[in-house]
Design a protein around this ligand. Structure first.
Ligand code: ADP
Ligand code: MG
Length: 525
C-alpha cells in the first residue's frame, strides 16, 4: 500500500504502490540494530588475540582473514544502515590503511549508546551535538598522547610490527618483515612524503614467509613469450606497449577469394611479413625488453627471440604503469613510429623461476624510485593474508611519518581519550552532556574488547586500566603467555599512528550520527 495524505477528504498517493516506508522509532531502531549487528560481527577479531574469520562466497571461494575491512567487504551486506558501517571501514582503509576494526566497533557502540539515549528521550539533535563535541575532545586527547620520540627506524619498525600482530604472519618472527617495510618506505620517501604507489607488495606461494626480500624495482608476473629469449638483460632499453602484436582482426576475418595455390601463398606471405615486421620494428628501434599489455602472436614471439629481444605479453595495467613509472617509459599505443624518447631504462631485467611460476624483476629503473616487498607464503591463503598485513604495515609507517607521529597502542590511547572526555563533560550544558558521556563509554569498549579477546575479565581490566592511567599516565592491555596484563604499551613497543586513531574517531562518529538522524526510511522495491 502506498502512503496517502488526506486532502479535501480524498486520499492523495505520492509514493508508488510497492514502496515500503518505515518511520520514527521503528526506522531508527531497525537502522541501529543493523549497524550494531555489523560491528558485532568484527568485534572478536580486534587486537593481537583476536580470532580470524573464514568467509565463503557463493562460488565457494574462501578467504581467511582478521582484517576488518576485508571481512566487511566479503560479507555482502545489504541493509543500507549496515552498509554505512561497511563504508566506515572502507574510508578508514583508504585514508590511513589500518584501524578498520577499531572504527567499525566504535561506530556500532556509538549507535548502541545512542539507542539508550533515545529511549531516555534525548533528542537526536542533542545526541549528534554531544557526539561532535566529544570528537573534538578526543582529538585533543590524541594530540596529547603523541610521543615526543624521534621517528627513527627502530620506532617505525615497532609501528609496523604492531599493525601486523595477530595477522597472517602466524608464528613467523615479524621483526625482519617490519625491517624490510621500514627500509622500503625510507627508500622511496621524498621531501613531499611517501608516494604510496611506488611501493608494491608481491607475494609468491611456495616458501616460508621468512624468505622476504626488498627488490629495488618492480616485479611483473608475466613469463617471457618465448623460451629462447634472454633471461637477463643489463642496461636495458625498455618499451611499454599498449598494443597487440598479431595479425590485425580485419585481415583474419576478410574472406580471401582464393582460386589457386599462388594466391594462397601470397596471402600467407603477407601475413608472415606483417608479423616479422613487428619484430623487426621493435629490434631496430633498439628495444631490449618489451612489456606488452595486449597479445603477442607466437610467430612474432619467435621472431623477437631470434632478434635477441625479451618480451612479455598480457602485462596487467597496474604492472605496466609501475614499470613505466620506474623506468621513465611512456606507454606507447602503436608500433608505427617508435620514438626513443618514449623508452625507459633499467639496470637489469631478469627472469627467475619460482616453482611453476616465473617472475620478471625490473631493477634499477632510471626514473622514479620504486620498490617491491617480495614475500613468500606457504599457501595461497597465507600469502594473501600476509599481503594484506604487509600493506597495512606499509600504510602505518607512511602515515606515522607523514601525518603526525605515533601514540601508544593496546588501548592506552583510548583510555586517555575516554578520560579526557569525561573530565570535560561537566562543562557541556543540557542533555548534550549525556551524549558526551555516552561517547566516552563507547570508547571504553575498545580496551574492554582487547581485554576480553586476551582472556581477561573486561570489567576488572577496565578498572585496572583506569587506575594505572591515573597513577602512571599510560595503561594498555598486553597479551603475554595466554593472559593479558595492564602495562605501559610503549615499553613493549606497541605503537599505532596518531592518524589511525583520529580517523577512527571521526569516521565512526560521522556514520553513527548520520544513522541516528534518520527517522524515515522510504524504500522502493
Ligand atoms: P584494526 O583493524 O582496528 O587495526 P586490529 O585487529 O589490527 O584491528 O587491532 C588493533 C589494536 O590492537 C590496536 O589498538 C593495537 O594497538 C592493538 N595491538 C596491536 N598489537 C598489540 C599487542 N602486541 N598487544 C596489545 N595490543 C596490541
Ligand atoms: Mg590493525
Amino acid at each position: 500500500m502506498g502512503q496517502s495524505f488526506q486532502q479535501r477528504g480524498q486520499p492523495m498517493f505520492i509514493l508508488a504502490e510497492d514502496t515500503e516506508r518505515t518511520r520514527g522509532e521503528d526506522a531508527q531502531s531497525s537502522n541501529i540494530s543493523a549497524g550494531k549487528a555489523v560491528s558485532n560481527a568484527v568485534r572478536t577479531t580486534l587486537g593481537p588475540r583476536g580470532m580470524d574469520k573464514m568467509l565463503v562466497s557463493d562460488s565457494g571461494d574462501v578467504v581467511i582473514t582478521n582484517d576488518g575491512a576485508t571481512i566487511l567487504e566479503e560479507m555482502d551486506i545489504e541493509h543500507p544502515a549496515a552498509q554505512m558501517i561497511v563504508e566506515v571501514a572502507e574510508t578508514q582503509e583508504e585514508e590511513v590503511g589500518d584501524g578498520t576494526t577499531t572504527a567499525s566497533v566504535l561506530a556500532g557502540e556509538l549507535l548502541s549508546r545512542a539507542e539508550d539515549l533515545l529511549d531516555d528521550d534525548v533528542h537526536p539533535t542533542a545526541i549528534v551535538e554531544g557526539y561532535n563535541r566529544a570528537v573534538e575532545l578526543a582529538l585533543e586527547a590524541v594530540e596529547e598522547q603523541v610521543l615526543d620520540d624521534e621517528l627513527d627506524d627502530d620506532l617505525l619498525e615497532k609501528v609496523a610490527e604492531t599493525s601486523m600482530t595477530g595477522k597472517g604472519t602466524g608464528d613467523v618472527n615479524a621483526a625482519p618483515l617490519a625491517e624490510t617495510i621500514v627500509a622500503a618506505v625510507r627508500q622511496v620517501r621524498a621531501e613531499e612524503g611517501v608516494d604510496r604507489d611506488s611501493i608494491q607488495v608481491r607475494t609468491q606461494v611456495g616458501a616460508s614467509s621468512s624468505a622476504t626480500e626488498l627488490v629495488s624495482g618492480v616485479i611483473s608476473e608475466e613469463e617471457p613469450v618465448h623460451e629462447n629469449m634472454p633471461r637477463g638483460v643489463e642496461d636495458a632499453t625498455i618499451a611499454v606497449l599498449d598494443v597487440d602484436l598479431e595479425v590485425r582482426e580485419g585481415e583474419i576475418d576478410a574472406e580471401y577469394n582464393i582460386t589457386d595455390i599462388d594466391q594462397l601463398n601470397a596471402a600467407l606471405d603477407a601475413e608472415e611479413s606483417e608479423l616479422r615486421g613487428y619484430a623487426e620494428t621493435v629490434a631496430e628501434a633498439g628495444i631490449d625488453v618489451a612489456f606488452v599489455t595486449g597479445d603477442v602472436d607466437d610467430r612474432v614471439a619467435s621472431y623477437l627471440a631470434s632478434e635477441g629481444a625479451l618480451a612479455f605479453d598480457g602485462v596487467d595495467d597496474d604492472e605496466a604503469t609501475a614499470i613505466a613509472r620506474a623506468t621513465g617509459a611512456s606507454q606507447i599505443g602503436t608500433v608505427n613510429d617508435l620514438d626513443e624518447d618514449d623508452f625507459g631504462f633499467a639496470e637489469t631485467v631478469r627472469v627467475e623461476k619460482f616453482g611453476e611460476d616465473e617472475l620478471a624483476f625490473v631493477e634499477g629503473g632510471a626514473e622514479a624510485e620504486a620498490v617491491t616487498v617480495f614475500v613468500r607464503g606457504g599457501t595461497e591463503h597465507v600469502a594473501d593474508e600476509l599481503e594484506r598485513a604487509l600493506n597495512d604495515a606499509i600504510d602505518v609507517v607512511t602515515v606515522a611519518l607523514d601525518r603526525g607521529g605515533v601514540v601508544p597502542g593496546a588501548g592506552a590511547t583510548e583510555i586517555a581519550i575516554a578520560d579526557h572526555i569525561r573530565s570535560e563533560a561537566a562543562s557541556v550544558t543540557g542533555r548534550k552532556q549525556l551524549a558526551v558521556e555516552a561517547f566516552a563509554d563507547a570508547v571504553d569498549l575498545l580496551p574492554r574488547t582487547l581485554a576480553a579477546n586476551a582472556g581477561m575479565d573486561p570489567i576488572d581490566a577496565l578498572v585496572e586500566l583506569r587506575s594505572t592511567f591515573q597513577d602512571e599516565g599510560r595503561a594498555g592491555i598486553i597479551a603475554e603467555n595466554q593472559t593479558g596484563e595492564v602495562v605501559d604499551p610503549t615499553e613493549q613497543g606497541v605503537l599505532d599512528p596518531a592518524a589511525v586513531k583520529r580517523e577512527a574517531v571521526e569516521s565512526a562518529t560521522e556514520a553513527a550520527t548520520m544513522i541516528v538522524r534518520i527517522d524515515d526510511v522510504i524504500a522502493s522495491n
